[in-house]
Write a protein that binds this ligand. Structure first.
Ligand code: SF4
Length: 364
């Protein structure tokens, strides 16, 4: 993995961020009575989306992720405000709006953001960028920590092919990005470039274009086509070297203090196999779904059979969170999570930290 050191910022994607929250890590094991608040929450405010991406992990058949998702679900306004009140009271540090659906299609996003602005919670959103306009764009530019826009097509025809989006949508999103960068504020604007066999030969040119329109970073990653690591690797094998070569060339030609390229395009096996029997990260970064269920992570959302921690339909989030610690240990990653997991390497680091032998600790 190449780590980009920027002059103006620290490491944005480092897996070691959680080690700045030592008290939280020490509280995680089952034999510790304390339950501390999550550090970061992802909220899926709505499952409604104005695009229909061919590779969307939530809508694609054959993936465990999203298998029980109802595309109509959204969090009622009063419940959203109640959740935000709880997160504020619990001193949760960060909140990311994500899909399921498109967060900017959520009718109460403005109210949620206006509430967050009055708290110490840092907030961010994933989005397709098509509705990044007007007052919401201004508020995100001024107050959000970051936004990440997912893009796959390289022109209008390819963008519509991927997303079944209306003609002209690609140009509209590009203009929204350019306009957003002209607004006042420090919101860090990234692109999530999802690579598959269709756009594989356009990676270098797309990164170049994104830099030209003023984004701060591009994260390049491979689309997930299966719950099996070897099947994903087999899918990407014919394009793997050519894509890697383009990313490396783009890094060498375009990386700068103001433009980061994060290479997350790699073989997927390392994220699929799990050797541990409980999941540390589900107490650190859980998900609140648009169905008001609590899921352990973005890789098990809307999987009611193997990914459900509980529900806040009839209780407040804070009451749910601080009750009975056993709920955090129902999921056994060794058995339930042998699929893509963005937290796997972080979980392994935490397990190694927690498993260090007390008697020998000081022999650093
Ligand atoms: S091990 Fe990974 S996939 Fe399983 S619950 Fe934890 S974060 Fe999610």
């Amino acid at each position: 993995m190449v780590i980009e050191y920027l002059n103006t910022m620290g490491l944005l994607y480092t897996k070691a961020k959680i080690f700045h929250f030592k008290e939280k890590i020490d509280s995680l094991p089952k034999n510790k009575k304390t339950i501390l608040a999550p550090i970061h929450i992802r909220i899926k405010p709505t499952n409604v989306c104005n695009h229909n991406c061919s590779y969307c992990s939530y809508r694609k058949d054959g993936l465990q992720l999203g298998q029980d998702m109802s595309q109509k679900d959204f969090i009622p306004k009063e419940k959203m405000i109640e959740i935000l009140e709880d997160l504020n009271e619990m001193d949760v540090k960060a909140l990311t709006f994500s899909g399921g659906g498109e967060p900017f299609c959520y009718p109460y996003l403005m109210e949620a953001v206006k509430f967050l602005i009055k708290t110490n919670i840092k907030f961010a959103s994933l989005t397709n960028g098509s509705r990044l306009t007007g007052e919401l764009a201004r508020l995100f530019a001024a107050y959000a920590t970051w936004l990440r826009i997912s893009i796959d097509g390289w022109d209008d025809a390819s963008y519509s092919f991927y997303r079944k989006a209306a003609k002209g949508e690609f140009a509209r999103v590009m203009k929204n990005i350019e306009d957003f960068k002209k607004l006042k504020g420090n919101c860090y604007l990234g692109i999530s470039l999802i690579i598959d066999t269709h756009n594989a030969s356009h990676v270098y040119d797309m990164i170049k274009r994104f830099k030209e329109i003023g984004v701060n970073s591009v994260k390049a990653s491979g689309c997930v086509v299966s719950d099996s690591g070897s099947q994903n690797n087999a899918y990407h094998k014919p394009i793997f070297n050519a894509v890697k070569d383009q990313i490396q060339r783009a890094m060498s030609d375009f990386s700068s203090a103001k433009f980061e390229i994060f290479d997350a395009y790699h073989e997927l096996d390392e994220k699929f196999k799990k050797s541990y029997t409980w999941c540390p990260y589900l107490q650190i970064l859980p998900i609140i779904g648009a169905d008001l269920n609590i899921y352990p992570c973005q890789d098990k959302a809307y999987n009611l059979k193997e990914g459900l921690i509980g529900s806040i339909k009839k209780q407040r989030f804070k009451d749910f969170w601080y009750s009975d610690k056993n709920k955090f240990f129902k999921i056994n990653p060794k058995h339930h999570c042998n699929h893509h997991c963005v937290a796997n390497l972080k979980n392994e680091m935490i397990m190694e930290y927690l498993d260090a032998d007390d008697t020998h600790l000081c022999f650093v």
